[in-house]
Design a protein around this ligand. Structure first.
Ligand code: V47
Length: 377
């Protein structure tokens, strides 16, 4: 069947096929429900295959949230706890090292570390998390702390973000995860997380990290009180910094999970919005190599479909994820390598195990090594 394209989709198709950048108005038009989500997906898939062929990347990773006690009260967060809340916890050094051992025994190449900002823990406690793990398990890549934490450490110590990042890097920090981005536009940010690191701080910290040679990721929390304008603004701000530094590796759209949050009256974003967000992200972020469909929060079905709507990565096997499961995610807590590679193959893609910095991983029994950087077209 031949479909009649809306004029704007024709313009977009021509630009995407020619490898030209979409401008702000074109980017915002992609959210218009009049533009068929599957046609957008087809265009996003063109870009995805141009950049990453038929590969779909995954890694073997473990999460560590050393404390859930947090001074901030972001409206979307179900994970945080007050200081005297019975749900509140702080992990001991021994528990942190146990998690590292478990990660290594499970073959993890990466530990993803984020947590609450505990009222009574100083900067040294957080620095020690990195030092302990790196000294004991130097091959484990520590992808840790968002700008929200870095900004808090700078505030606590009255030192610069650069000094904090340098000290963390020297202690074993390998890269920064993409969290804390939420929605950058102040109309929304001021309503959902007014106290924590603001947009300018988020960008300054990623810029500084990139200058220091640390790669990082970026996220966007969608499907709550934001609209198409705010999402477009978010993507364009990221595209601008990437033009400047080239330091971002992956963009991860995060679907809002409302359970147990102060926004519990909202419904979850639909799979159709998730697929559109994946496609729009791929089309607008022309300077990002990778778009990740985080299966934990999308659910396995939507994550599989996302591999045809612009995504080329589905994160990892993941063990000990808490942030989404506290907010009602019903996905499993871990997938085995067999399960993750099967779901990639079922979606028609070729699974490639990567490390955090997108080198392919070669395994020989229980030993592994990072090999060639994965070449992106
Ligand atoms: O910044 C918190 C989000 C983020 C909820 O870099 C929620 O590879 C939905 O950044 N519903 C942290 N989202 C997680 C994160 C991440 C995840 C996976 C991979 C990477 C990476 C980074 O989680 C927060 C916030 O945007 N979040 N609560 C919720 N109820």
């Amino acid at each position: 069947m031949i479909r009649a394209f809306t004029p704007s989709l024709e313009v977009i198709r021509d630009k995407v096929e020619a490898g030209e950048r979409l401008d702000a108005a074109e980017a915002e038009s992609l959210w218009d429900p009049a533009l068929d989500v599957h046609e957008l997906g087809e265009l996003a898939n063109l870009v995805r295959e141009r950049k990453n062929g038929n590969f779909a990347y995954y890694n073997i990773n473990t999460h560590l949230n050393p404390t859930n006690v947090c001074i901030y009260r972001c409206t979307f967060c179900a994970f945080r706890a007050d200081l005297r809340d019975p749900r509140g916890y702080v992990m001991s050094d021994e528990q942190i090292l146990d998690r590292g051992r478990e990660a290594v025994e499970a073959g993890s190449t990466e530990m993803h570390i984020v947590g609450g900002l505990h009222h009574q823990k100083g900067y040294d406690w957080y620095l020690n998390v990195i030092r302990l793990l790196h000294d004991a398990y130097p091959a484990l890549h520590l992808k840790a702390w968002t700008p929200v934490e870095i900004n808090w450490f700078a505030h606590l110590t009255k030192r610069s973000n650069r000094e904090i990042l340098l000290e963390m890097r020297d202690a074993g920090l390998g890269s920064l995860p993409g969290g804390g981005a939420e929605i950058f536009h102040p109309e929304i940010r001021d309503k959902i997380c007014e106290h924590k690191a603001d947009t300018q701080e988020w960008f300054d910290i990623h810029r500084t990290a990139h200058e220091l040679g640390l790669r990082s990721n970026a996220t966007m929390l969608y499907g709550h009180i934001e609209n198409a304008f705010h999402r477009t603004d978010h993507l364009l701000r990221l595209r601008d910094l990437q033009d400047e530094t080239g330091g971002f590796q992956t963009f991860i759209p995060l679907a809002f999970h409302p359970d147990n949050t102060r926004l519990a009256h909202l419904s979850k974003p639909s799979p159709a919005l998730s697929l559109r967000t994946m496609a729009v992200s791929r089309l607008v972020l022309d300077n990002f190599d990778h778009i990740k469909a985080y299966w934990i929060m999308l659910g396995i079905g939507t994550a599989q479909a996302s591999l045809a709507y612009g995504a080329d990565d589905i994160d990892g096997t993941v063990r000990h994820e808490l942030i989404y499961h506290d907010a009602g995610a019903t996905t499993p807590e871990v997938l085995s390598v067999d399960e993750i590679t099967r779901l990639i193959r079922e979606a028609g893609r070729e699974p490639v195990e990567r490390d955090t910095l997108y080198h392919s991983v070669v395994r020989d029994g229980t030993a592994w090594r990072s090999s060639e950087p994965i070449l992106v077209g």
